[in-house]
Design a protein around this ligand. Structure first.
Ligand code: NAP
Length: 343
């Protein structure tokens, strides 16, 4: 028997409303699957859900926008496009997901012990990742106004300027090296006197005379009114403070995928990113993952959107295969009330 056509059971629920989730919504809506998007919560520095692009200002590398586009405007357009084809949105955050049996159950901002908010045959997980931040008030106030978490996105704006990169891992060194294409001087600020980054990255950074290392230093404050004009560094050894005049601060102290909800449910790598294979399939049959939640390598809006499209197509084909199944031919199908197959 195929999964029953209970009207309260949706074909596709999408968790997350960044580029991956909204692209999955556009594609599944156009495939007449009436997707429901669980929006997620706004971040601390944005009043709207919609992922990391809500925290950026101008996006110049999203194809199709010759003159660039503001991150929040781009996400509003994604959303309007999905709504045009009938995608529906549920405000709030998924608090619990039951993937043990198909259809899957999702609780959104409800009592996790009560009845589920949504039930769905297929599930697309696109809950994204977040950059670790320093936690300074000035950092959140100036985010998108000189403070950035993405050199690829924002490096171009710092052509001919002096900037800082905070962190000592591969991300920080990679960003610092990339930013030397634009900035005249890159201050690499690290809290210890040794980099965590791989040796080859260290060698490249040490060989680049545009990078100045500020060891045993932490950013105590970011100075600026409307845009960044400098940073205050504290020496961790003697406690002394130094003000450095500069125009941009790139925070590169690591990322964390938003996968706490799926621990023990979906296979993940050592850093908590969801493992996908054969396209966007996860370790649970009928559950697909797209965007930064499964990609620590590229982390671009366009690659997220692309994987959202892939997840939508994979989910559509997965559902179609089940619709086409003959009654009784259940050997490869997850059926209502039966355990979803782990692959
Ligand atoms: P990471 O390896 O965890 O490094 C984070 C860095 O930020 C560390 O140097 C850490 O200092 C520093 N840091 C953490 N919290 C801080 C805070 N509150 N204040 C100041 N500094 C802080 O993260 P990542 O660089 O993003 O790399 C993550 C993973 O991706 C790694 O496995 C990395 O190898 C990989 N990666 C690879 C590439 C590549 O191969 N091209 C590029 C990027 C990332 P401490 O050293 O003192 O702990």
């Amino acid at each position: 028997m195929t999964i029953p056509h209970d009207s309260s059971i949706r074909d596709v629920v999408i968790l997350g409303s960044g580029p991956a989730g909204l692209t999955a919504a556009i594609y599944t809506a156009r495939a007449s699957l009436s997707p429901v998007v669980v929006e997620g919560e706004p971040s601390s520095t944005s009043d709207q859900p919609g992922g990391q692009l809500m925290l950026t200002t101008e996006v110049e590398n999203y194809p199709g926008f010759v003159d660039g586009v503001m991150g929040p405007d781009l996400m509003a357009a994604f959303r309007a496009q999905s709504e045009r084809f009938g995608a529906q949105f549920v405000p709030g955050k998924a608090r619990r997901v039951d993937m043990s049996a198909s259809p899957f159950s999702i609780w959104v901002d409800d009592d996790p012990e009560g009845a589920p908010t949504l039930r769905s045959r297929a599930l697309i997980v696109s809950t994204g990742a977040r950059s670790l931040m320093l936690g300074l008030e000035s950092e959140s106030r100036l985010l998108g106004h000189g403070v950035s978490t993405c050199a690829t996105c924002d490096g171009f704006f710092f052509r001919g300027k002096e900037i800082a990169v905070v962190g000592g891992g591969d991300s920080a060194v990679e960003e610092a090296l990339f930013l030397t294409k634009f900035a005249t001087k890159v201050n690499l600020i690290h809290r210890r006197d040794q980099l965590r980054a791989s040796k080859i990255m260290q060698q490249r950074a040490f060989a680049n005379d545009r990078i100045v290392f500020r060891w045993n230093s932490v950013v105590e404050d970011i100075v600026g009114n409307g845009s960044v004009s400098g940073i205050i560094l504290r020496d961790t050894l003697d406690g002394s403070r130094t003000t450095v005049d500069l125009d941009g601060v790139f925070v590169a102290i690591g990322h964390v995928p938003n996968t706490a909800l799926f621990e023990g449910l979906l296979d993940m790598d050592a850093n908590g990113y969801i493992l996908t294979r054969d396209g966007t399939r996860t370790s649970v049959d009928g559950v697909f993952a797209a965007g930064d939640v499964q990609d620590h390598r590229y982390r671009q809006a366009v690659t997220s959107a692309g994987s959202g499209c892939m997840a939508a197509i994979d989910a559509e084909r997965w559902l179609a295969a089940r619709e086409g199944a003959e009654p009784g031919n259940t050997d490869t199908l997850a059926t209502a009330g039966e355990p979803a197959q782990r692959r």
